[in-house]
Design a binder for this molecule. Structure first.
Ligand code: GLN
Length: 547
């Protein structure tokens, strides 16, 4: 029987950490997994990750941000689950589309092979064909790294997750026992009288064991740390040593989770269990660098208005994180004020006016765009520092065309096909491709930056390579008209306008790309840092004037 594993070399020596979740979803299993990876990275290991999403979508590109949060974009253009963003941020790595395994991808591949006759007449089945394909994908993504964290989305017991857990069961028999561990993240709730309850954990471990998987490590998500008695009970009922039970209490900032779980020795436990000898720093010092970045004392506080259409933090997760990173770098607490572009009532308008800076994020479709255009106008006219991202960049062009150039009714053809001034449009050469579908420009592309511009100061270089996810562009026919009124396109890629700025304004900056997907703790995205710094400088000047 042909399997795809023939080219797999078991001497590659990867170690695997499989992370499953019990009781309910939304426990922060991904953050726990990424934090464990951070501890290993801090000890000097090359860590990567695979996120398994047991849904039938081939990728996250078509998913509604209301249901799933933002669509995260990788450098290779993969449109993936936002959890991959957490892995990139925690581990400071660049992942690829292959690091997101979905049921849609796996089944499509197997069915295509079946149609091509590759199975030579075999009956094609979930076991072994789908499970083999799952194992192949995990091993390929792990190749070349010391440790691969594999997070299975959803909760143990979900029908969708079964083929994956079966694949992991097989996997565990194909590897040496010191090369892989199973970590299970569950919920430890409180009873009415304030007692930590272990029954849900017991049940979900029972469910795991009925599939043939015995967890090596249990992590209990709880408001507080687990009591010693709670740990003992979990150890006894779930058949793990008591020092393999860890607490993961609520913390104020997700970037503190690695420090939190290390307090109970999670990193050392995992390394011992996987026979990974760290020749780097002693345990106490390993996490100092990370601690320094994420626990820096702040000296100021600012408010940024985020003018979007999904009243859900996850829908703009990478922007929230980028602002946090910029805050780490500038020692600033950055508060985000939510402004609904679609229903700009008094409360929302008030927040817009209260804010020290304004971000108009990306988006698709017409809803909320008029509110976004108004927010841009407000920022431009009142000299409020402004950052427009993707659709926000496009709406800045529309606003400038309407209110400065006097092109009444100017718009993007995405919002109004009949606009008299299509300042944002599909490029002429794209119209032909459009007939064949698929015109989205995705992934990392280089932008050339003009010397002597704000963009050049921001990036400190003649070019930048950032991630894209868009269809529409500044219409080349309007560039001269826009620039003659003072708008400057300081970053370009061929005939595509990538960065705009407005000289004379303290900070009016737009990018056709999404810088938020490359921001990391310790390596904050330059446009976000500049936004925060401009606000801080403005505040200082104001103080001087009033003093
Ligand atoms: N809807 C716009 C486009 O397709 C912007 C996309 C975005 O903001 N990601 O070009």
């Amino acid at each position: 029987m042909p399997t795809e594993l023939t080219d797999y070399d078991p001497s590659l020596g990867n170690k695997f950490i499989f992370v499953t979740g019990g009781v309910m979803s939304g426990l922060g299993k991904g953050i726990t997994a990424a934090s464990t990876g951070r501890l290993l990275a801090n000890a000097g290991f090359d860590v990567t990750a695979v996120k398994i999403d047991p849904y039938l979508n081939v990728d996250a590109g078509t998913m509604n941000p209301y249901q799933h949060g933002e669509v995260y974009v990788l450098k290779d253009g993969g449109e993936v689950d936002l959890d991959l963003g957490n892995y990139e941020r925690f581990l400071d790595i660049d992942m690829t589309f292959d690091h997101n395994v979905t049921t849609g991808k796996t089944y499509r591949h197997v069915i295509e092979k079946e149609r091509a006759g590759d199975y030579l007449g075999d009956t094609v089945q979930i076991i072994p064909h789908i499970t083999d394909d799952i194992k192949r994908r995990i091993r390929e993504a792990a190749a070349g790294h010391d440790v691969c964290i594999v997070e299975v989305g959803g909760t143990v017991g979900d029908i969708e997750g079964m083929p994956y857990l079966e694949a992991l069961r097989q996997f565990s028999h194909e590897e040496d026992s010191e090369d892989l561990i199973f970590a299970h993240v569950t919920l430890v709730p409180y009873s009415k009288n304030g007692e930590q309850k272990t029954k849900p954990t017991q049940h979900s471990v029972k469910e795991l064991r009925s599939i043939g998987l015995q967890p090596d490590i249990l992590v209990g998500r709880c408001d507080e740390e687990l009591d010693p008695e709670t740990k003992e009970k979990i150890a006894l009922f779930c058949d793990v040593p008591v020092d393999a039970v860890f607490s993961n209490p609520d913390v104020e900032d997700i970037y503190h989770v690695p420090l939190m779980v290390e307090e109970e020795g999670l990193g050392d436990y995992v390394m011992n269990r996987l026979d990974l000898a760290s020749d780097s720093l002693p345990t106490a010092e390993r996490n100092n660098e990370w601690r320094k970045i994420v626990t820096r004392e702040t000296t100021g506080e600012i408010d940024i208005a985020l003018v979007g259409k999904y009243a859900l933090e996850d829908a703009y997760l990478s922007i929230h994180e980028s602002l946090k990173h910029a805050g780490f770098e500038t020692r600033t607490d950055v508060n985000v004020l939510w402004v609904d572009a679609d229903e700009m009532d008094d409360a929302h308008a008030d927040r817009l006016e209260r804010a020290d800076g304004i971000i108009v994020p990306g988006g698709f479709g017409a809803r909320g765009t008029e509110g976004k255009i108004e927010a841009v106008r407000y920022a431009r006219e009142n000299e409020v520092p402004f950052l427009g991202l993707c659709l926000g960049f496009q709406m800045a062009v529309v606003e400038f065309a309407r209110n400065v150039c006097g092109f009444a009714g100017a718009n993007s053809t995405e919002m109004g096909e009949d606009t008299p001034h299509p300042v944002i449009d599909i490029l002429p050469e794209q119209y032909e491709i459009d007939d064949m579908g698929g015109t989205m420009r995705l992934g990392a592309h280089e932008t050339g930056i003009d010397a002597g511009t704000l963009a050049h100061d921001v990036y400190g270089a003649d070019s930048c390579t950032e991630r894209h996810r868009h269809r529409y562009e500044v219409n080349p026919e309007y560039i001269d008209a826009l620039e003659s009124e003072g708008l400057v396109f300081s970053g370009r890629a061929g005939n595509r306008m990538e960065i705009l700025e407005l000289p004379g304004h303290p900070f009016f900056f737009g990018t056709q790309f999404h810088p938020e997907f490359r921001s990391r703790p310790g390596r904050a995205s330059p446009p976000f840092v500049e936004l925060v710094e401009t606000i801080l400088e403005n505040a200082e000047i104001e103080e001087e004037v009033t003093a």
